[in-house]
Each structure stands twice: as structure tokens, then as C-alpha cells.
Design a binder for this molecule. Structure first.
Ligand code: SF4
Length: 465
């Protein structure tokens, strides 16, 4: 049962019970939350184990080969343990070599297969197998819907799909072109989440700074006022909400388009956090062109310098690919230089791995796996030296942190520089005074202040103030 999501269980009753297995990225998690919330609104109960479930929904990922295998294994496990399985998510949209549906080919016994962001289709499949217990009754739900994340942070998906065609990526063929949600809906959901007690909202999409491009920045409405469906307007409105609810907003998957410059002064005020997750993927202009990356101009170093001038406390997280087809030693060295010069705070790196159906597979100059892995290791050595040095500069600072876990003996918290699940932590030591121990133990989901006294790997060590 290790894969089953830790979904809050309903009160006992005779209603059908649904198990849920959720794999994949934060965007897939948002899909899962929508499905679970709707099922609960319709009166279905949820089950934490296969044995107690009348049916299991498996939300899959189809991004890289390892994720495909993990998803296929999860479906197999659910079929073996329960037998009644509905599949949704990115893998559900993928075809096998013979053009048939990959999931159906590998697991013919599944009851239904849908693609990503297909809440209505999943509900139809569940209704067919297990008639709904009674009509929708939204009062069954807490105001923010059911969250699969801890209560104090939540993901907010602002759009689906992507207009780019990066040569290593198959997401556009799985999820289609960019479709932005209306700005009033996005802000309404943000407000409902804050009302429900969320303290940190993580904005996700495939391409956050392209928000509204597909709608030609159409004017929507929020709070009785017209508002354009556009990244900068959205950021300013989220800043206002975060201020009203004493909360944080964190932006993920922001491409360095010129109009991102407009929001740096908002970030400097600290509500929409001075933290940008910018997936650069590479720094050499030729490699970026072969990758067909958006915003692949050679001026990213200048852009970062301008951002830091407007917002000196800015933290930048990024991901990169080492060993892309045709990457020469000189191109790779240019990538290392970029990481040193850009002084990125948080960095991840994948060794290039061919994804079924990606255009990059046809590019000449594929590197042997050993070389790709070796370059990833060289990259991480440089990147880690940079980020550890930056971390050490924080010793002595007083930081506002949000507490994820706590007891009287210490706490695991995060500052504005740490996104949940992907970055480091601020580890708060056991305080000496009994009153401070009690305060710490009761601080989960709250903001506290802590003074940094040291570092430990990618984490900071701090004392409660
Ligand atoms: S920007 Fe590129 S990598 Fe990201 S989803 Fe779009 S095509 Fe894929």
C-alpha cells in the first residue's frame, strides 16, 4: 500500500470507497486534488488501502522513461491488489509503437483510461462502475477542497499545456497547447485556499510567465474590477491577496521573458516571494537552439543581474540537462561557466535521457550514457559549491520561516528560499526554555522567526527567536 495517497478518510458509511494513487509532478497533483474533491462532494468515501477500496484511480506520469515504468508498475500493483482500476494522467494519453493505447496494451484489464486534466471523464468512469451515492452537495467539502498536500501549502494551477516545442519534451503532445484559466477563477481559487488556512501558495503551470498569451490577455473580472489575463497583473493581484491573508505566494516555471522584469519590484516586497524557479536547461546558445528552448537569448546573465539589482534578495532555482545530443566539451564548459557566474541558489541537473516520441532523439551526436552521467556529476559538483557558498552567507541572518513539522525537540521549516519538496530546509534546534519548546511544538503551518547559526549540507540550522 506504499503508493496509496494519504487522503483524509471520510466518516464510515455505506457509500462506495475510492482508492487513489497519485504519481507525477505538482500539476498532476492538482488534477488529483480536483478529482478527489469532486468525488467527495458527490458523497464517495476514500480509502487508504487497496483492500478497503471498491475501485482504485491511478493518476500517472508519462514524462521520462523511469516515470512511465513507475506508472505502469503502479497500475499493475493496483490491478493485482484490488482488480478494479481506472487510469488517468499523462501516461493515459500515450500510444504504443503500434498506435494503440499504451496503458490498455500493457494492462488490458483496466476499466477505463483517460489522459491528463480529465476530471469529467474520470468521474464518468467512476459513475459507470459505482453509481454515485447521492447528488452533489458541496457542503461536504471544506472551503478549499480536499488537499493532498499538508494543510498549510497548496499548488495553484493557472494554465494547462504549452505553446513551445522543446525538442526533448513530449508534454505538448500529451497536454496540448497553452490554455490559461480565466483570471477571476484563478484568483477566486487562491482566495478560497487562503480562507481554508493555506499559508503558502505555489503557482504552477508548464510556462507560468506565458499566462494569458492564448487569450490575447483578455480582460476578465476580479473583485468587481476589470483585470487583464496576464502574468504581471496576476502577480500583482496575488500580492494583494497574500498581504490580506498574511501568506506567501511562490512562482514556479517562470521563463525569462522580458516582461518578467515588470514583477521584480513586486517580488522585492516579499509577499510574492523573491524566489523564481526558472528552468534554464542549458546556457550555450547553440545547445539552446537545438533544444528549441523559449527565451533562449544569450542575455540571460544580463537579465539575472538586472533582476538582482531590482530585488537584491532574489533566490533563483533552476534545472539543467547535461549531455544533450551533440553537446561538445566547449558547450558543456560554457554551461559550467554560466552556473558559476549566475550564482544560482538552487540547481538540479538531469543526465540527458531520450524520451519516447521526443524530436531530440533524431539529433546527431548522441553521447554515450557514461559520458552523460559523468557530465551530470561534474555539473553538480560546480553547482553545489556555488549553492553551499551562498547558503553559508546566510549564517547570522534572521529569517521568517514557515514550519512544516515540529515537536518540543525541534522543527523542520522553510524560508522564502526553499520550496517544499525540491529545496532545502531550515532546521530549528530544540530551544532551552520550556515556554519556547511549547511554542515550537504548536507551530506547524505557522510563520516563526529564526536566527541562522550554521549550515548542514543543503539545509540551514537555526534557533527560534
Ligand atoms: S516549455 Fe518546453 S519543456 Fe516546458 S512543457 Fe513546453 S515544450 Fe516542454
Amino acid at each position: 500500500m506504499s503508493r496509496m495517497s494519504d487522503i483524509e478518510q471520510a466518516a464510515p458509511g455505506a457509500a462506495p470507497r475510492i482508492g487513489f494513487v497519485s504519481l507525477g509532478c505538482p500539476k498532476a497533483l492538482v488534477d488529483a486534488e480536483r478529482i478527489v474533491s469532486q468525488l467527495r462532494a458527490e458523497g464517495y468515501e476514500t480509502s487508504r488501502d487497496y483492500a478497503g477500496a471498491d475501485l482504485v484511480v491511478v493518476n500517472t506520469c508519462g514524462f521520462i522513461d523511469a516515470a512511465v515504468q513507475e506508472s505502469l508498475d503502479a497500475i499493475g500493483e493496483a490491478l493485482h491488489e484490488n482488480g478494479r482500476v481506472v487510469v488517468t494522467g499523462c501516461l493515459g494519453a500515450r500510444s504504443a509503437d503500434d498506435g494503440s493505447n499504451l496503458v490498455r496494451k500493457m494492462h488490458p484489464k483496466v476499466l477505463a483510461v483517460t489522459g491528463p486534466h480529465a476530471t469529467a471523464e474520470v468521474l464518468d468512469a467512476v459513475h459507470t462502475q459505482l453509481p454515485r451515492p447521492h447528488d452533489p452537495f458541496v457542503d461536504l467539502l471544506p472551503p478549499g477542497g480536499l488537499k493532498l498536500t499538508p494543510r498549510h501549502y497548496a499548488y495553484l494551477k493557472i494554465s494547462e499545456g504549452c505553446n513551445h516545442r522543446c525538442s526533448f519534451c513530449i508534454i505538448p503532445s500529451l497536454r496540448g497547447d497553452l490554455v490559461s484559466r480565466p483570471i477571476g477563477d484563478v484568483l477566486g481559487e487562491a482566495q478560497a485556499l487562503f480562507e481554508a488556512g493555506v499559508r503558502e501558495l505555489l503557482v504552477v503551470s508548464q510556462d507560468t510567465s506565458a499566462y494569458g498569451v492564448d487569450l490575447k490577455y483578455r480582460t476578465g473580472f476580479w473583485d468587481g474590477r476589470p483585470l487583464r489575463t496576464r502574468f504581471a497583473e496576476l502577480v500583482r493581484a496575488l500580492h494583494g491577496l497574500a498581504e490580506r491573508y498574511d501568506a506567501w505566494v511562490r512562482l514556479h516555471y517562470v521563463y525569462p521573458y522580458p516582461h518578467v522584469d515588470e514583477v521584480l519590484e513586486v517580488l522585492a516586497q516579499g509577499r510574492v516571494l523573491p524566489y523564481l524557479d526558472v528552468p534554464f536547461q542549458h546556457a550555450d546558445p547553440d545547445v539552446l537552439r537545438r533544444m528549441k528552448r523559449p527565451a533562449n537569448g544569450e542575455r540571460n546573465l544580463d537579465r539575472i543581474a538586472a533582476w538582482r539589482q531590482a530585488c537584491p534578495q532574489l533566490v533563483i532555482r533552476s534545472t539543467f540537462i547535461a549531455g544533450f545530443p551533440g553537446e561538445t566539451e566547449a558547450e558543456f564548459e560554457r554551461l559550467l561557466d554560466f552556473v558559476r557566474e549566475a550564482e544560482l541558489d538552487r540547481v538540479g541537473c538531469f543526465a540527458y535521457s531520450p524520451v519516447d516520441g521526443a524530436a531530440a532523439n533524431a539529433l546527431p551526436g548522441a553521447l554515450p550514457e557514461a559520458e552523460r552521467v559523468a557530465r551530470q556529476a561534474r555539473f553538480m559538483e560546480v553547482a553545489e559549491a556555488v549553492s553551499v557558498a551562498k547558503l553559508k552567507r546566510r549564517v547570522g541572518q534572521d529569517l521568517r520561516v514557515i514550519v512544516d513539522q515540529a515537536s518540543r525537540h525541534g522543527a523542520v521549516a522553510r524560508s522564502y528560499a526553499d520550496a517544499p519538496e525540491i529545496d532545502g530546509h531550515v532546521l530549528i534546534r530544540e530551544p532551552a526554555k520550556p515556554s519556547a519548546k511549547a511554542r515550537l511544538a504548536g507551530s506547524v503551518g505557522q510563520f516563526v522567526r529564526a536566527r541562522v547559526v550554521g549550515t548542514q549540507g543543503h539545509d540551514l540550522v537555526a534557533e527560534l527567536i
